[in-house]
Design a protein around this ligand. Structure first.
Ligand code: ADP
Ligand code: ZN
Ligand code: ZN
Length: 816
């Protein structure tokens, strides 16, 4: 008798064993996929962990349905890494597998398939069964696995489907599915009715009184005589020193026509790769220090101020790795925000750059997976968000974790609730690779590790080209309000600076950490604000749709005329969001081109790209947005960054609020003045004497770090203590209170003094489920492993209590 232990992509923590025959046992290796039956009628794709001949006790094993491949798609280093993850983050290996593999690798009974579009199909290449499924999909748009079973009149259909997927005929349907759409660039030509000389002369005569428009036309002719290439709208505008409105007038009159051409963004165009830039003295020194430190340390932290040229240093290290034939992983917090970087790396490394991201289609992801698995040159460098950590690297030499302080490296839900930066350290270790973290505002954990000597530390204190750090000014809006020097949410200082900058033809970024028009509607008669019926939050007013919305569950209703509590028509708005700033801006600066960037205006990948392009192409004068604006973007012409209100950042109920505020404000400020001229930043606040704001204004990371560390030490927070958070959720408030109290008491048994709560989080109910949290604080002297084992044992006892059967528990290790 032969058996295999497999991982099923489900939350259950035990091992699953199936029986196989002798041939199968000889063929199967860890990391191969097999289709297996589960429960009464389910099928899953499972990953082989181990082949053996020890029959499990206590139950009869089932046999597998099919072997799905010839060679493993998962390698042994991955399996090791995933086991570490499951154990460290206290989840099941199945949950890690589910997060790790593209869904096309994990067909199961719930999977829905559909025909792939525009694929030439050679019908003779299909087996009879494949043909039957193919034919059925011509008549119905999609099929559930059970439908496929009915058509083929058999149970084991995964192999047939996998065959169709491998041939590219069938796709796995996804809910989050976005096709990559290329970037469009705007061009200008003369409308065809002016083709003859005579008409042209006529036209120029008719423009005698519009010299600016005439100049644009003449310049268009000059450009046309110089090049056969399409004429770039922006270039024409610049050359003619004309504003957008001049160009627009010509288009409106029908004299010029605008048209758009795809400028392929992710595809690499076949030109010779660019030479890398020559490093300046500071960069050369930093690179030398990094290489030196890598001789004795596995991890180095590069702390370099914004625009100090960290990327060029990464590029050098990547070059070295490629030359040594090694793979490189370049991790970024959010890939949608990184097209600028992808472009830069592709210029240097051409086709060797592969991009891996959950917003890409499954097909694209499967392709990258196979390229990495086969160590193809084509994907020797992977740029990706946190999920790129799961790729089947064969010989990883270097991991770069850029913007390592970013909270989005942490996955909060669902499990595995992992931090990709920390998991990358373990991955690098398994590969005996080096890891470089980079940030202008390192997280206190990484900085602490560097100070302790666990990580190497390299600093870059000057901006590239010796551009000065932006000048940061705090504006006291309490004072300004008292003196009646506010127009809406704009102080006279901010308006003055804005006008100056616009006069210079530079652009402005305004930052407001809230979306929506005005977060809170309040009745001035009775003081009541409308609440979400499902969550314990106040609804947010969205002006454009005249709606009240819940940002947690999506509930929405039309904005009411009268207070729902007392009936008075005295509803007022409190607080303000990006939408309101945009409205005020339009009234204050009617002539300027104004745009807004937040979750509401950037649904989908392309909306975001278009805004970035528009800003880059100087088609926007003032951009107002949320923290999306803070992410490592490199614009040339931003003269001023304004922070509308720094206070709601500082007062966020979280032990990291001050650290995060510092990071965010420094990063936002870093968008200003990245070329020769010194940029200006204005931060409006009610608390100009707040320590953090002072530290931001003088750019003093060291002072911030020192002070925050002292607080963390005093109040027993990371990096001095570790935290495990246990979250309890249930429809019934009493039950969730009892359950969390029971758990807390059980923990106290061994961890007395270091268990906090249970207490509800700041939002105590979401989607009609009540929430209570327990926090376990773990001092450095206490074994993390033993603590987790103890928590797990309490969890097992808890699970056997009938009364609490409906209560859901989520355990989050390092929940920050
Ligand atoms: P950071 O990542 O530290 O914010 P970047 O790497 O984006 O900084 O560099 C800031 C700007 O300086 C970029 O526009 C980059 O092209 C330019 N730059 C950096 N290093 C060099 C160099 N050695 N030669 C020329 N330009 C450079
Ligand atoms: Zn009222
Ligand atoms: Zn809600």
């Amino acid at each position: 008798m032969y058996f295999i232990d497999v991982i099923l992509p489900i939350p259950l923590k035990q091992n699953f064993t199936y029986s196989v025959n002798k041939d199968e046992a000889g063929f199967l290796k860890p990391g191969m996929r097999v289709a297996v039956p589960f429960g009464k009628s389910k099928i899953y794709t499972a990953i082989v962990l181990r082949v053996h001949d020890v029959a499990p006790v206590g139950y009869q094993t089932k046999s597998i349905d099919h072997i799905l491949e010839h060679s493993p798609v998962i390698n042994t280093v991955q399996l090791l890494h995933w086991k570490w993850m499951a154990s460290y983050y206290m989840c099941s290996l199945g949950e890690v597998v589910k997060a790790a593999l593209p869904s096309a690798f994990l067909l199961e009974s719930e999977t829905i398939v559909k025909l792939s579009q525009n694929k030439e199909i050679e019908e003779s290449s299909l087996s009879d069964e494949e043909f039957l499924v193919y034919e059925a999909l011509q008549h119905q748009s999609s099929l559930h696995i059970n439908g496929v079973r009915a058509i083929l009149n058999k149970k084991n259909v995964v192999a047939v489907l996998q065959g169709l997927i491998n041939k590219g005929i069938v796709l796995v349907e996804e809910t989050v599915y976005e096709q990559y759409t290329p970037k469009l660039k705007r061009y200008i030509k003369l409308s065809s009715e002016f083709d003859s000389e005579e008409k042209l002369r006529h036209l120029l005569d008719s423009l005698e009184r519009a010299p600016k428009q005439r100049k644009v036309l003449l310049n268009l002719f000059t450009l046309r005589s110089q090049t056969k290439k399409p004429i770039d709208a922006l270039a024409l505008q610049k050359k003619s020193n004309a504003s957008t409105s001049v160009l627009k007038a010509l288009i409106d009159k029908g004299i010029l026509t605008e048209y758009f051409i795809k400028k392929d963004r992710v595809q690499y165009t076949e030109s010779d790769p660019l030479e890398t830039k020559t490093l300046n003295e500071g960069q050369t020194q930093a690179l030398k220090e990094i290489s030196e430190l890598f001789k004795t340390k596995d991890v180095v932290l590069l702390h370099g101020v914004t625009s100090s040229g960290k990327t060029e240093i990464y590029v050098r290290l990547i070059e070295e790795m490629l030359a040594a034939g090694k793979q490189v992983l370049y991790m970024l917090p959010e890939i949608a925000l990184t097209t600028q970087l992808i472009g830069r790396l592709q210029k240097y490394f051409g086709e060797r750059v592969g991009v891996y991201h959950s917003k890409y289609s499954v097909n694209e992801r499967v392709e990258v997976w196979h390229n990495v698995l086969a160590s193809k040159e084509k994907c020797q460098i992977i740029i990706g968000a946190r999920s790129s950590l799961f790729l089947p690297f064969q010989n990883l030499g270097l991991i770069v974790v850029d913007e390592e302080h970013e909270p989005s490296f942490k996955q909060y839900s669902p499990a595995p609730r992992y931090n990709a930066r920390d998991s990358a350290v373990v991955l690098a270790n398994l590969h005996e690779a080096k890891l470089l973290m980079g940030s202008a505002t390192p997280s206190l954990e990484s900085f602490h590790n560097a100070k302790l000597g666990k990580y190497g530390l390299v600093q870059l204190k000057k901006r590239f080209g010796n551009v000065l750090m932006p000048e940061i000014e705090l504006v006291d809006i309490r004072e300004k309000t008292k003196k009646k020097q506010m127009t809406g949410h704009f102080s006279d200082r901010l308006l003055l600076e804005m006008n100056e900058v616009l006069k210079e033809g530079e652009q402005i970024i305004l930052f407001q950490n809230r979306r929506g028009y005005s977060p809170v509607v309040e009745c001035t008669t009775c003081g009541i604000s409308p609440q979400c019926p499902n969550c314990d939050v106040t609804l947010t007013y969205h002006q454009s749709k005249n709606q009240l919305r819940c940002h947690y569950c999506g509930y929405h209703m039309a904005m009411m005329q009268n207070c729902m509590a007392c009936g008075s028509p005295t509803l007022d708005t409190k607080g303000f969001g990006t939408e309101q700033i945009e409205t005020e801006l339009k009234a204050l600066f009617p002539k300027q081109r104004i745009a807004r960037m937040d979750q509401d205006t950037t649904r989908g990948k392309n909306a975001y790209l278009q805004l970035i392009d528009a800003l880059e192409n100087e088609e926007i004068d003032i951009l107002v947005g949320t923290q999306m604006l803070a992410k490592g973007l490199d614009f040339r012409n931003i003269g001023l960054v304004g922070v509308m209100n720094a206070d709601n950042l500082l007062h966020f109920p979280d032990f990291r609020a001050h650290e995060r505020s510092f990071q965010l404000l420094q990063q936002v400020a870093g968008r200003a003045g990245r070329t020769q001229k010194r940029g200006k930043v204005l931060i409006q606040t009610y608390n100009p004497h707040h320590q953090i704001l002072k530290q931001v204004s003088v750019n003093d990371y060291a002072a911030m770090a020192k002070e925050q560390m002292e607080e963390r030490y005093q109040y027993k927070y990371p990096p001095f203590y570790r935290i495990i958070r246990i979250e309890f959720k249930d429809k019934n408030l009493g039950r969730v209170q009892n359950a969390s109290a029971w758990f807390g008491q059980a923990l106290e048994g061994k961890l007395s003094g270091n268990v906090l709560g249970p207490e509800p989080p700041s939002i105590g109910r979401i989607r009609n489920k009540f929430i209570y949290n327990l926090m376990v604080k773990i001092p450095k002297t206490q074994s993390l492993k033993a603590t987790k084992q103890y928590v797990s044992s309490v969890e097992r006892s808890f699970n056997s209590i009938k009364e609490f059967a409906t209560v859901r528990i989520n355990i989050d290790v390092d929940p920050y």
